[in-house]
Design a protein around this ligand. Sequence first.
Ligand code: NAP
Length: 243
Amino acid sequence: MSRYALVTGGSRGIGRAVCVELARRGYPVVINYNSNTAAAEQTAALIAAEGGTSELLPFDVADAKAVEAALEKWQEKHPDDYIAVLINNAGIRHDQLLVFMQDGEWESVLNTTLGGFFHVTRRLLKDMMTSRWGRIVNMASLSGVKGLPGQANYSAAKAALIGAMKALAQEVAPRGITVNAIAPGFISTDMTKDLDEKELKKMIPVGRFGRPEEVAALVGFLVSEDAAYITGQTISVNGGLYT
Ligand code: NAP
């Protein structure tokens, strides 16, 4: 039985760097994404260049039925394997002051981050439990720890993700499964390209935005055997931006 790693939102940004890191650690990587096939293929090419293997598995993490159907199909193709490492990374922002926030802005952000965590994790947990080994890492945010104005939807989704992570960590610890969260600060990706980096970096003690690889390095450690005693934690990667 081979252990696979699944990264949601693996086509771009932090997810792409995480895919490459897990491939370097020897995992065959399942690259999930929503719609950007060209970007997902670039992630696959980076993995291949490192001598790793990967496959694309597009689905919308917010859509419970789509998640179920895609993972069912994957399992049929891989009857003897299981997804032992799950990185819940897919996320979106729709920033707006709460007083102006539309239903769709609230719901889409909650459904992607929190719904996505629920749909994908529930489906993959059984195999991790019967195999008595698993690693789940959830991409939270500084926004979910501290709260950021203009992001009530995003802060709520990420804070809820941290709460769910803490509960699940206690449920599955006896089965050799660890569940943690990472709270990145400002990382240079498509998600942050509209922000005023010159202004914002003045607040960051390290004096710059982070790189996706700097988040991926922590994911690599958390999924390793060395991190078997770390669970239920939220670890910040934020250049010293005090939370
Ligand atoms: P990004 O560059 O915008 O990439 C987002 C990724 O998520 C893409 O691969 C996208 O797929 C995928 N995705 C979005 N909605 C999806 C859905 N419904 N189903 C499946 N996949 C979906 O974002 P990023 O900056 O790398 O952020 C990755 C994670 O880190 C997010 O959870 C984000 O909230 C969190 N985070 C980021 C920062 C930061 O500063 N960048 C800070 C804190 C936390 P497509 O390519 O198909 O659209």
